[in-house]
Ligand binder design. Structure first.
Ligand code: WTA
Length: 654
């Protein structure tokens, strides 16, 4: 693929230490055996892994791909995933073990044992049932990172209601669109949450959204900040009032393996967010398998994942995966630099964290803040580090290895997506020799290839499209309410051996040792600070402003965030640009989508470069945003003069 060229040639190798290998669930020999098993009979392999869950009816079928690309896994099995996360531990020594250790941003904390977490989930589930919420209903969860967020998610799963968590940073408009798309009937939220010492007005945002959501019957409000909020009689209930009356017993709803456990909205290449639908049994199996082996989870571990439950990483590796294995999970409500830049390291020392999972963008921020922050902490309990969300540059990998892992901890660079449900490509910490910047090899049972557009396989170090050629249990099942969009988005043009394959949207290469190097997105999706943002969503927010005639959004490489958002904007002729136009438009995007989508730079132009058929040539805009001028092929450009004018566009960023 000519558009993706790799300049990386990383040669350093990091084998796992003898001490780590000795205690690990899997060493290189164990991994080889698993790979052999999985390639000999993938269906049987995954059926074996499904045994990690508690089933009421054990499945006898593995993959059913007869309706390709619509798949089913373990279709004759029945279960409730909360029994795997909670009930099963109550008859073991884990009953009184900490399930959640929660740190609030202001410095408060709470510990819930498995017994307590089970009780709170059951009380909440019973309260949902009492409100008339039932199996198959959709419930929105829009909360700060407090224990009740985990409780709410599991309570939905307990009664078979499909949860859809919306990240607490999203705006009222984004909430409204997701609620209506999901056809949700209830929202679980909080009065507010703490972020960088400020209070985020969550309930207020929900109220604004609900002016346009006729389907919502109930709003349940957790008190976190105690700020003033408006309660609508009949519709709004305080969480504490609802659960007060409940006993702590709630029979789980037993559902078929294919029952939709959750919908999680993610950015696509159109302005409309996509509701990625995940199953119960297949998803549960994928996260159980990967949490155990990638994080080498053991009963003695204290595991800290810095993601928010509003993203898939939080679903899979804060809630379901670790709890299935009875792990102790640390969650933190706030920002890493509040009240000081050593906050994560302080939490690691305070609770004796052994496994730490974060994102490259966070690591680059730590590097920039300086080595003195981690240096002030012992962090001698850590034994394993992980990263997710975007390619990690070798310099950040080395910094993480030296300053956080103190040269002692293996790093698992885990490649996966909202759509894959769980980790797909990653080192196994006791088995894989790592190379900084590579997520190494596909896990057993996972068939990943890098291909050319025509379906032929790329050779070593040849960049191409990253595809998955065989279904895996955690595969998304559809796009909520739009199966055709599912088929088109993920099983569009690319085929291998005549069969349509799942396209990840990423470009990648395998090196001469069969190690995978992900080079980032090839579609119109940005990856800003580890979060996927569709350029079309930002554009549609911009053109929704009365002053804007046209907008095109591209990413430019950014040392800290991976990509920064640059918007090219043409104003309506009726509106002249004023000194604060850029700020007004940025604020407008924040209002429409949320602060994560705020453009870093707005460039005003009188025209956008277009092909003769009227398509905006983003490649040229990307070049201009990055280098200041366009260098590539311009033969299909309609109006060459636009380019010269664009190079000299008026930017708000000096
Ligand atoms: C990128 C997050 C390189 C990739 C779990 C993918 C990565 C997108 C890695 C999914 C990694 C995630 N190395 N790139 N280890 N992990 N990505 O849906 O572009 O928020 O397609 O899921 O993030 O982002 P999503």
């Amino acid at each position: 693929m000519s558009t993706i060229e790799s300049a990386q040639s990383e040669k350093r190798l990091f084998p796992p230490s003898g001490a780590f290998v000795q205690q690990a669930h899997l060493d290189s020999e164990g991994l080889r055996v698993l790979h052999d098993e999985a390639s000999a009979d993938p269906g049987a392999f995954w059926l074996g892994q499904a045994e990690q869950l508690v089933w009421r009816t054990r499945p006898t079928q593995g993959l059913d791909d007869s309706q390709h690309p619509f798949v089913r896994w373990f279709a004759d099995g029945r279960l409730n995933l909360t029994e795997s996360c909670l009930d099963r531990h109550l008859h073991t020594a884990r009953r009184n073990k900490a399930a959640l250790i929660w740190e609030g941003e202001p410095g408060d904390h709470r510990v819930l044992t498995y017994f307590e977490l089970h009780r709170e989930v059951c009380r909440t589930a019973a309260a949902l049932l009492r409100l008339g919420i039932k199996t198959g209903d959709r419930v929105i969860v829009y909360m700060p990172m407090v224990p009740e967020l985990v409780i709410a998610v599991l309570a939905c799963a307990r009664i078979g209601a499909t949860h859809s968590v919306i990240f607490g940073g999203f705006s009222a408009e984004a909430i409204r669109d997701r609620i209506n798309d999901a056809g949700a009937i209830a929202v679980i939220t909080a009065d507010g949450g703490y972020r960088r010492g400020k209070v985020v007005p969550l309930k207020h945002n929900v109220d604004e959204a609900l002016q346009h959501c006729p389907g919502i019957r109930h709003v349940i409000v957790v008190s976190r900040t105690g700020q003033d909020i408006t309660m609508h009689p009949g519709r709004d209930h305080f969480y504490s009032d609802l659960v007060k009356a409940e006993s702590g017993h709630c029979e789980p709803a037993i559902v078929p393996a294919e029952h939709p456990l959750f919908i999680l909205y993610t950015s696509g290449t159109t302005g409309k967010p996509k509701g990625v639908v995940h199953s119960t049994g297949g998803y549960g199996t994928q996260v159980a398998f990967t949490a155990k082996h990638v994080f080498d989870l053991r009963d003695e571990d204290t595991y800290f994942c810095t993601a928010d439950v509003g993203w898939v990483t939080g679903h899979s590796y804060i809630v379901y995966g670790p709890l299935i294995h009875g792990a102790t999970v640390v969650i933190y409500e706030g920002a890493p630099d509040t009240p000081h830049k050593g906050r994560f390291w302080e939490i690691i020392d305070k609770w004796g964290v052994t496994i730490f999972y974060t994102a490259p963008t966070a690591i680059r921020a730590f590097m920039r803040w300086g080595d003195q922050f981690p240096r002030g902490y012992r962090m001698d309990t850590l034994r394993l580090l992980g990263t997710v969300g975007e390619p990690i540059n070798p310099a950040a990998w080395m910094w993480y290895h030296e300053h956080i892992g103190r040269g002692r901890c293996p790093i698992v660079d885990t490649w996966w997506q909202t759509e894959t449900g769980g980790i797909m490509v990653s080192p196994l910490p006791g088995a894989t020799v790592t190379k900084p910047g590579s997520c190494t090899r596909p896990l057993p049972g996972i068939a990943v290839e890098v291909i050319h557009k025509d379906g032929t396989r790329c050779g070593p170090n040849e960049g191409g499209y990253l595809v998955i050629t065989r279904s895996w249990p955690g595969q998304l099942r559809t796009v909520w309410g739009d199966p055709e969009r599912y088929r088109k988005t993920y099983f569009g043009d690319l085929t291998v051996d005549g069969r349509s394959v799942y396209f990840t949207g990423d470009g990648a290469r395998f090196d001469e040792d069969g190690y995978l190097w992900v080079m980032g997105r090839v579609d119109d999706v940005l990856n800003v600070a580890g979060h996927r943002i569709g350029t079309a969503e930002v554009e549609s927010a911009l053109v929704g402003h009365p002053h804007v005639a046209e907008a095109a959004v591209v990413g430019r490489p950014d040392e800290l965030k991976g990509q920064a958002i640059v918007a090219f904007v043409t104003l309506r002729s009726s509106h002249a640009k004023t000194p604060d136009t850029a700020d007004i438009l940025k604020a407008h995007v924040v209002h429409e989508i949320g602060a994560i989508a705020r453009p870093d730079e707005i460039r005003f132009t009188d025209a956008l470069p277009k092909t003769r058929s009227g398509k905006i040539m983003r490649r040229l805009l990307r070049e201009i945003a990055t280098t200041g001028h366009a260098v590539g092929d311009v033969t299909t450009l309609e109006d060459l003069a636009v380019l010269t004018r664009l190079s000299a566009t008026d930017s708000d960023e000096e």
